[in-house]
Design a protein around this ligand. Structure first.
Ligand code: BGC
Length: 323
């Protein structure tokens, strides 16, 4: 309608421990342009937030979208938040505490800003435009530096009393486990994240195990994709590492199945690049552990939007609030 100020473009920012991804997204979910920049967490909140703002402004300029046409900025953050207050309580793998990020970004951008957990926005992104399209009950699990989760129940993202619902990475799985960056020991994240799997390999190698993973470990190039590939080729250390990670993850999924009864689990994050080498053993372990009725008809699929899910969902925090 003429004369009505309807803004069509939204920005989504997905802040990760290693990289930040920023996307300019049309109201219909199409990505206009996106960039990925290093997080440089050693700069601390002020430095990182300053660059977040600069990269976003550069992106809009490069895409030739005047700032006046941007309706708002959504941000996915990797940790515990006070969502209504717009405040970071604790970012597990970045170490930030008590940062009033929403207000800081609103005054820098001059448009409305909303924050939510990084895995929550990835779940929204996948349900909006990816593997979960049309689904009402979905659990998305991201396996990367940490383990994140986003739960859509009855078509709605679950936040719980204080926005912490879906912090799947901190389900206590191993009673004898190592200390997690969250402050507790034995969390799923200490075993099934990329960092956790590489740690398992390192500990075994230090204890004297031989494996085709020793060289990449010593060169500092060991990826989880390689661990899964070597496991398929029969390397014994790679096999036990995959078994432990997948077993822990399946246990958490079996618990979630009786708690929220999803019809679909979506697995995303860097570790999901292993594809079938991850999905096949995960499916086997899940079937062994899940209560039969809760597991009936449940599908486990890979995320479809890749590393765009987070910023698409973050942009959707504002873009999807109106028709
Ligand atoms: C954090 C989560 C986050 C996940 C993935 C975990 O350590 O606690 O909030 O979603 O890492 O980034």
């Amino acid at each position: 309608m003429r004369g009505v100020d309807v803004k069509q473009y939204f920005v989504g920012i997905d802040l990760g421990g290693t990289n930040m991804k920023i996307g300019l997204v049309h109201q219909n979910g199409n990505v206009i342009k996106d960039i990925e920049k290093p997080t440089l967490k050693e700069e601390g909140p002020d430095g990182v937030i300053r660059r977040m703002v600069r990269h976003t402004q550069d992106l809009a300029q490069e895409a030739r979208v005047p700032w006046e046409e941007i309706g708002g900025v959504g941000v996915g953050l990797p940790g515990f938040l006070d969502i209504p207050g717009g405040v970071v309580k604790y970012l597990t793998n970045l170490g930030w505490r008590d940062v009033p990020i929403r207000d800081q970004l609103e005054s820098a951008f001059g448009v409305p800003v909303k924050i939510d957990n990084d895995a929550n926005v990835a779940a929204l992104g996948e349900v909006w435009a990816g593997a979960g399209a049309g689904e009402q009950n979905v659990v998305l699990i991201t396996l990367g530096t940490g383990v994140g989760g986003g739960i859509i129940a009855g078509g709605k993202l679950l936040h719980g009393a204080r926005g912490i619902a879906g912090e799947i990475g901190h389900i206590p799985i191993d009673p004898d486990g190592v200390l997690c960056n969250c402050g507790r020991a034995g969390c799923l994240e200490t075993i099934a994240s990329a960092t956790g799997m590489v740690r398992l390999v390192r500990e075994a190698v230090e204890a004297g195990e031989t494996s085709s993973l020793v060289l990449p470990l010593q060169n500092g190039t060991l990826s989880t994709k390689e661990i899964f590939a070597e496991a398929e080729k029969g390397d014994s250390l790679a096999k036990t590492t995959v078994e432990r990670a997948v077993d822990a993850l399946a246990r958490a999924m079996a618990i979630l199945s009786v708690v929220v009864n999803p019809s679909l689990f979506i697995i995303g994050g860097g570790v999901s690049k292993a594809g079938d080498a991850l999905l096949k053993p995960l499916e086997n372990h899940y079937r062994k552990q899940v209560q039969q009725n809760a597991g009936q008809g449940v599908r486990i699929e890979l995320a479809r939007l890749g590393n765009q899910a987070g910023f698409i969902g973050a942009a959707g925090l504002l873009a999807r609030t109106r028709k």
